[in-house]
Design a protein around this ligand. Structure first.
Ligand SMILES: [Zn+2]
Length: 446
């Protein structure tokens, strides 16, 4: 907080200064005022009350068209601007709305220092007098509670700042008390409440300290608590516009069976990796880790060397309750069949080739076959043997992968019968090996 020379001069011409003798005296002795020039006994008032006095002071003054269009051109016979002291040729005037005092200022000060909009559409004399009373009460209450306005402001936002989200029942009474305090304070300033509220304000403020201590202890105690609700989770849910989950999470202060299916925020996922790893190991899968780029867990199974992944979304929606240790509430049993059913192959060309090589090997044991070349993969195409007609049927690669994952992973399903009835259901022309070769020769010669 500083008072500049211009501010000082305007203050000295203003009405509001008369109510603040200590400030008046200081301004008469000093051209500008810095915190270090202020005697100890007025430091609090200087810090908290002076900004309000300055604002009120600015509002006391009005200009008319003369502010914008100077009334007098003094030529060489210049006159000092009453705010900055610079000799000026063109004179402008501003007038105090309360005491009617009129002072001449230079054009620069009229433009820079005085907010022309507030001068033109400013407050009436009656409003200014009411405001001055408010400033007076503001100054009184600040003597008792320095920085009360800032205290209340901080109070109203405190619970939203903690990393560990406070459960509703913990933060609600505190926030409500802050709102009551704010209303008492505002009503006191307006003169609706008398000095009697000061005792209640006092009581509320002194009880705040122990509440904050409790909040801080809660932060410390729960920093490493599994499934505790964090600010990051709240942001993450806000980004997903999932207000329902956010509400329940805030209510409880931790993840429960109601919310576990809807949350897979990064830090939260990282925190529970060991639990998830155990779950994969328990069904015999080889857990590889977290891949935040694809947004899922990667793993391998059986003798296959193909890397599969299961998205966080699918995993938590179906198996989140297992992570919580409440598997019996889960919508699906955590079995290797179910995991593989909802998994996908890592989207990588070499990994697809690895998969198809393994699939070809498995199918040959049943007298079936697939035919593919590199280019086919890019167009999501594959040819699968149709035993009925001893030719190949064209099919989507993604569909084949979805259908045959169990075979490659060595699971009992699907059976070769499942595969063959799928092939039989495919529409379209069948191709002999020679025809496939011809098609590819033609394509590669283009
Ligand atoms: Zn000036």
């Amino acid at each position: 907080m500083n008072i500049s020379r211009k501010q000082r001069n305007l203050l000295l011409y203003s009405e509001i200064i008369k109510e603040y003798k200590w400030l008046h005296k200081l301004l008469l002795k000093n051209e500008t005022l810095k915190l270090e020039d202020v005697p100890q006994e007025f430091i609090t008032d200087f810090t908290y009350v002076v900004p309000v006095i300055l604002k009120q002071c600015g509002e006391e003054w009005k200009g008319d068209e003369n502010v914008v269009n100077p009334v007098e051109d003094l030529g060489a016979n210049r006159k000092k601007c009453r705010l900055c002291g610079t000799p000026t040729r063109y004179l402008c005037y501003i007038q105090n709305k309360i005491n009617g005092k009129r002072i001449n200022i230079g054009r620069d000060c009229a433009e820079d220092f005085v907010d022309l909009n507030s001068l033109v559409d400013g407050k009436t004399k009656g409003q200014l007098i009411a405001n001055a009373k408010e400033v007076r009460r503001f100054s009184e209450i600040n003597k008792r509670f320095p920085g009360l306005e800032q205290t209340i402001e901080a109070w109203l936002h405190r619970t939203e700042k903690y990393d560990i989200v406070l459960p509703r029942k913990m933060e609600e009474p505190y926030n409500e008390s802050g709102e009551v305090l704010r209303d008492l304070y505002r009503n006191y300033l307006k003169g609706i409440e008398s000095e009697q509220v000061i005792e209640e304000i006092e009581a509320r403020i002194s009880s705040e300290k122990s509440t904050i201590e409790m909040f801080e202890k809660y932060q410390e105690t729960n920093r490493n608590t599994p499934f505790i609700a964090t600010r990051k989770m709240i942001h993450w849910l806000k980004n997903r516009a999932d207000q329902k989950t956010e509400n329940i999470l805030r209510e409880n202060g931790k993840v429960t069976f109601e919310t576990v299916s809807y949350i897979w925020e990064k830090e939260y996922v990282d925190k529970h990796i060991s639990i998830v790893k155990e779950l994969f190991l328990a069904v015999g899968a080889n857990f590889l880790g977290i891949d935040h780029e694809i947004g899922g867990y990667t793993f391998q199974y059986g003798r296959s060397r193909v890397t599969l992944y299961i998205s966080f979304k699918s995993f938590f929606e179906l198996f989140g309750n297992y992570v919580l240790g409440e598997g019996d509430r889960s919508p699906a049993a955590l079995t290797i069949n179910n995991i593989i059913k909802i998994s996908q192959i890592v989207n990588d060309h070499n990994m697809k080739i690895q998969y198809l090589d393994e699939l070809k090997f498995c199918l040959r044991e049943y007298g079936n076959d697939i035919d593919y070349e590199d280019e086919d993969l890019d167009s999501n195409t594959i040819y699968i043997w149709d035993n009925e007609v001893s030719k190949f049927a064209k099919c989507k690669l993604s569909e084949i992968i979805r259908l045959t994952k169990g075979i490659v992973m060595g699971l009992p399903k699907p059976t070769i019968n499942n595969i063959e009835s799928f092939v039989a259901s495919l529409a379209g022309k069948r191709f002999s090996r020679e025809e496939l070769r011809d098609i590819r020769d033609v394509l590669s010669s283009i």
